[in-house]
Design a binder for this molecule. Sequence first.
Ligand code: ATP
Ligand code: MG
Length: 248
Amino acid sequence: MSLIPKSHPRAKSLQIRERLVQGFDHGLVAKEGLMAHGRGEAFDYLLGEKTSKSAKNAIKAAALMLLSARSPVISVNGNIAALCPKEIVQLANTVNAKIEVNLFYTNQKRKNNIVKILKKHGVRQVLGTNRNSSRRISGLDSARRVVDKDGIFQADVILIPLEDGDRTLALKKNRKKVITFDLNPLSRTAQTADITIVDNVVRAINGLILECKKSKKKIRKAPFNNKKNLSACVLEIKKNLSRRLPNA
Ligand code: ATP
Ligand code: MG
């Protein structure tokens, strides 16, 4: 039961934090994941805790990229499994993507917990747990280099929510198209991905599912420039700040 009063001006953000803490108590989230969330919260505060125009623009581009992929894969970590497992499964079903668990702080028990929660939401197969089908991504030292031959290894488009910059760089070097949700427009992941959705994944994922359903009928190519869109996002943050601190 939530202890946050509905009337609290930042109730939504605190409820998201609560969900993550519950995910930690249930063995889904790593301690470090709580801190990564804190970094995200700080940027969300600057964004005004709402989906910006540039995020909507990136969501549209991401939907088209996922729908036109040969073999899209959604990479899931502990934070994502705690925050939006149902939506991950919905998105995978909508764009016909595989789901693979891939953890930075790898731990078999946590992996199993993540698989369990995804299966509870209806997915039949979760990749990333079978040692016999593991392969290595080159140019990466962390545990995240181990991937599934039927999943990330062969994928052309990978959705990597809340990602670490090292892996984003390695995936790009391996010529993968990368889509990410990252609240920090300045992170290495945000700057390296092909499409960066600068928004809280909890808000943006529903928008992405909706956009995929809408675009499914009319896939077309639309130009998207990630660098330009990130600059637009930083301008939006600036405007947001000067609205709140008009004399600064
Ligand atoms: P990078 O390694 O890409 O340079 P980093 O080291 O700053 O990034 P990490 O801890 O590696 O950060 O990755 C976590 C990222 O996830 C952070 O950029 C943080 O802003 C972002 N993040 C955390 N929670 C959320 C959330 N709920 N929605 C979207 N992004 C989030
Ligand atoms: Mg990092």
